[in-house]
Write a protein that binds this ligand. Structure first.
Ligand code: G16
Length: 545
């Protein structure tokens, strides 16, 4: 029997636009929604092969996260809830770009190279975000799955981290948690309640949190979860998707990049606010001070808060576990210096993309990883987790040691270890602030960010820019890095880099320096160099102040 017979018949119903070339980038495929039907169908096919290869359930998430509402995207989730293995990203790109007549040979090639046992049963979990295009695109994935005889469970609307959680739960025989949305809420809520019960009462203002849901799935899911939290938190949710447009002038990416509050949030001085992104895997916090100055607490500040908390607990519990922080080039220089020099915790810098951070964080007993954009989580090694659980359950342990171990155990249960998760991160941050009795202002004072600016430059082919050293140095086009180095000499405490985005058709520019004016000017000058040396298109970059 020709295993790919059905594919030959059906793939024509999901035609590839002529000449379209896409890449499985930082977080899967991202493009205008109308270009993606064939990619979705083909990712359904690939997910079946991946499931047969691993003999596990594989996830497929339809989302373009922080991108504009008109875009969409898809990514595959591996058995333990982690990102797809990198060899398979290459297969995904080949498959998405194959011409119709070559589809069968590309699939056969994957089967042969990976020795996929076609007799193995395949099971796929599906989730999608709230974009208007997501339901139809999700159906194209289902078509692909069914053509290769895979079984599937469609969870419908889910945040990205919820899908990662479901896949992990199912493949660990539900040791990680119950593979339902309710199971997710119950697991996180009971850990949160147990943690906050450490402190008998909280002033009313400590319970108040303003949340910008980016008009996306995160808002919907947080609302669903609220009743499980037993009024421990008073959530004021705006941009909840009922009227506004997804990610438009709101959401974590908007707030981080523009360093200003989202539209739709009526903020008063010193109120604690946070923003999710479009698929609920990123979070940033912020507030206005009395003088009207905006303060952003991004992924770096979150990593610092969580690391401080965990390190103090390890000391109290007298547990000798190695803790490390993983960041990317976007991490503010002040955060890296603070974590390394003051906290004495090692910091590692890797390429942009959660998959790289996650991988590195797995090397430590406790690996805290966060991108500055608010995407991150904490990983506990199996050995570390079992040491902590043993101590927490050991009735012979008394006093501070025992209670620290118990707090650590609840923290493990509250954190979504499969991937960065805005809801889980929110609850973890809130629990830490409760327990430590910290206001957002006190948390903010841990260190002061260096002023920084991020810009985007449109070029005709962003892949002409090639980088090394975790994206911190450009090796191509020739002379680009030398020009950036010359600009850096003009400013104090300066750092800048450029890299092609893996989710948008732009080159990203990052600059930091001793003052906001210097950071803005440096970012502008570097953008001009990119525009001139890397084939800039459209309007020239402008100086923003
Ligand atoms: C995705 C990735 C993140 C990455 C971001 C931007 O976020 O998951 O790791 O930092 O894209 O990547 P790039 O600079 O390559 O465009 P999200 O929230 O959009 O899934």
């Amino acid at each position: 029997m020709d295993y790919f017979e059905e594919t030959k018949k059906v793939s024509g119903q999901h035609p590839k636009p002529v000449g379209l070339v896409l890449e499985y980038g930082t977080a899967g495929f991202r493009a205008k929604a109308e270009q993606l039907d064939h990619v979705m169908y083909r990712m359904g096919l690939l997910a079946v092969l991946r499931s047969k290869k691993t003999a596990c359930t594989i996830g497929v998430m339809v989302t373009a996260s922080h991108n504009p509402e008109e875009d969409n995207g898809v990514k595959l989730v591996d058995p333990h809830g982690e990102m797809l293995a990198s060899d398979w990203e290459t297969y995904a790109t080949h498959l998405a770009n194959a011409e119709e007549q070559n589809l069968k040979s590309v699939l056969t090639n994957i089967v042969e190279k990976e020795s996929v046992n076609l007799q193995e049963v395949a099971r796929i979990f599906l989730g999608r975000d709230t974009r208007p295009s997501s339901q139809k695109l999700s159906q194209a994935v289902v078509d692909g799955v069914c053509d290769l005889g895979g079984a599937f469970q469609d969870y419908g609307l889910l945040s990205t981290p919820q899908l990662h959680y479901m896949v992990c739960c199912w493949n660990t025989m539900e040791q990680y948690g119950i593979a339902t949305v309710e199971g997710y809420y119950q697991k996180l809520a009971s850990a949160f309640i147990a943690l906050t019960n450490q402190i008998p009462s909280h002033p009313e203002e400590m319970r108040q949190l303003y949340v910008d849901g980016a008009n996306g799935i995160g808002a919907l899911k947080l609302k669903e979860m609220e009743p499980y939290l037993e009024k421990k938190l008073k959530l004021n949710l705006c941009n909840n998707g009922t009227t506004g447009k997804l990610n438009y002038l709101c959401g974590a990416d908007f707030v981080k990049v523009h360093q200003k509050p989202p539209q739709g949030l009526d903020m008063k001085a010193n109120e604690r606010c946070c923003s999710f992104d479009g698929d609920g895997d990123r979070i940033v916090y912020y507030y206005f001070d009395q003088s009207g100055c905006f303060h952003l607490l991004d992924g770096d500040k979150i990593a610092t808060l969580m690391t401080t908390f965990l390190k103090e607990l390890l000391a109290k519990a007298d547990l000798d576990l190695q803790i490390a922080v993983v960041q990317t080039a976007y991490a503010n220089g002040s955060s890296t210096r603070y974590i390394e020099d003051i906290m004495k915790v090692p910091v590692h810098c890797v390429n942009t993309g959660v998959k790289f951070l996650h991988h590195k964080a797995q090397e430590f007993d406790i690996g805290v990883y966060f991108e500055a954009n608010g995407h991150g989580t904490v990983l506990f090694s199996k050995a570390a987790e079992s040491k902590i659980r043993q101590m927490a359950q050991d009735e012979s342990q008394k006093g501070e040691k025992s209670s620290a171990a118990k707090v650590l155990e609840h923290t493990i249960d509250l954190i979504n270890q499969t991937v960065g998760d805005a809801i889980s991160d929110l609850l973890t941050i809130e629990a830490i602030l409760f327990i430590k009795g910290l206001t957002i202002q006190q948390w903010d004072l841990i260190y002061t960010d260096l002023p920084n600016r991020q810009l985007k430059v449109k070029v005709s082919d962003r892949h002409v820019i090639v980088t090394e050293d975790a994206g911190r140095r450009a090796v191509s086009p020739a002379g680009l890095q030398e020009n950036i180095d010359t600009l850096l000499k003009k400013y104090r405490l300066s750092r800048a880099f450029v890299r092609p985005s893996g989710t948008e058709d732009v080159v990203r520019v990052y600059a930091e320096a001793d003052t906001q004016i210097s950071a803005d000017t440096l970012a502008y000058e570097v953008s001009l160099v990119v525009y001139n040396m890397a084939g800039g298109v459209g309007e020239q970059p402008k100086l923003l102040h």
